[in-house]
Design a binder for this molecule. Structure first.
Ligand code: TYM
Length: 327
């Protein structure tokens, strides 16, 4: 059985973008593939975090993964920092990655522009991400389009490593959803909807209440034409609303356009808001039942045990190949 693997940073509350671009794909594939999903908490500390909040968010995210439809009996669910092999492999990979390659990462360029004190960790984080993937020989990595370049870096690193030291890693492939690979901010549809957005005005968080969701969608920025159709260049706001509807309804953009062709913008927004409220209320109900339950600990203990066995074996193979230790 092929293996899929993904992670969502606990650097902010999960959003509708996280659901559509990443978790939704995992839900779709969980019956077809052996599935691994983790909380990359070590990635989150590449920028300053409140330690208490970070710990809380890690558990919230695990509860949300399950509430969004990931079945713990079909997915290995774990916390990155509970497996020390990730950072160890990352070091070996860092020593096999060139500064030039790492410097091409557009996300680093964007993020570092927005901050004063840029850490070395923010620069090397795509290599830790490569370690997250390569440790488990993942065949596919379901991600939104903003993470594609990082998965491609993991491919380059693994291909080179295999050439130098002999066949060691599977070469992973990114899986990008056809619709919803980049959900945009509702108040500025030229920007990605991001969990680390400062105002959060155009961001739907998975735990937002009904009133907030409706308010954010009803005030989504659109355009001055009043016809509903999909045109990313000239109508980014409307196209974003159509994308959200199409992804959550699991129908094509064409079908969505057809459904809304005689609607005005107000009606379109209202229907999108109804659908988002419906979907998120189901998730929130499951989340509320889970968040304080002991079940989460059991799931995470299992994830920790399973992944430590796999990762230990792979790391020992890698250490042996590069000449480290007595394996
Ligand atoms: P992160 O935490 O920024 O985002 C998590 C996942 O959600 C997707 N995503 C979106 N998709 C569509 N529209 C959006 N607005 C949107 N916002 C986020 C992202 O593309 C991503 O798939 N480095 C990764 C986390 C990570 C990881 C890994 C992923 C660490 N190790 C190994 C896969 C495999 C990150 O920062 O994603």
């Amino acid at each position: 059985m092929k293996r899929i693997l993904t992670g969502l940073q606990p650097s902010g509350e999960l959003t509708l973008g996280s659901l559509i671009g990443s978790i939704g794909q995992m839900v779709m594939y969980q019956n077809e593939y052996e599935s691994f999903i983790f909380v990359p908490d070590m990635h989150a500390i590449t920028v300053k975090q409140d330690p208490k909040l970070l710990k809380e968010r890690v558990i919230k995210n695990v509860a949300l993964y399950i509430a969004c439809g990931l079945d713990p009996s079909k997915n290995v669910i774990y916390i990155q920092s509970e497996n020390l092999y990730h950072a160890n492999l990352s070091w070996v990979l860092e020593c096999n990655t060139y500064i030039g390659e790492a410097s091409r990462m557009t996300q680093f360029k964007d993020k570092s522009k927005k901050q004063d004190n840029v850490t070395v960790g923010l620069f090397t984080y795509p290599i830790l991400m490569a370690a997250d993937i390569l440790l488990y020989d993942a065949d596919y990595v379901p991600v939104g389009v903003d993470q594609k370049q990082h998965v491609e870096l993991a491919r380059d690193i693994s291909e080179r490593f295999n050439k130098t030291y002999g066949n060691t890693f599977k070469i992973p492939e990114p899986l990008i959803p056809e619709v919803g690979a980049k959900i945009m901010d509702l108040s500025d549809p030229t920007r990605k909807m991001s969990k680390s957005d400062v105002t959060g005005k155009g961001v739907i968080y998975l735990l937002d209440d009904e009133k907030t969701i409706r308010k954010k969608i009803m005030s989504a920025v659109t355009d001055s034409e009043s016809k509903v159709y999909y045109d990313l260049v000239n109508k980014p706001g409307i196209s974003n609303l159509l994308t959200i509807y199409s992804s959550l309804k699991e129908i094509s953009i064409k079908e969505t356009e057809e459904h809304f062709k005689d609607c005005n913008y107000g009606n379109l927004k209202k229907e999108v808001a109804d659908l988002v409220v419906e979907k998120l209320s189901i998730i929130q109900e499951k989340y509320n039942n889970l968040i304080n339950s002991e079940e989460l600990d059991k799931i995470l203990d299992n994830g920790k045990d399973v992944t430590n066995v796999i990762a230990k074996k792979k790391l020992e193979e890698v250490f042996n190949k590069v000449g480290l230790g007595r394996y």
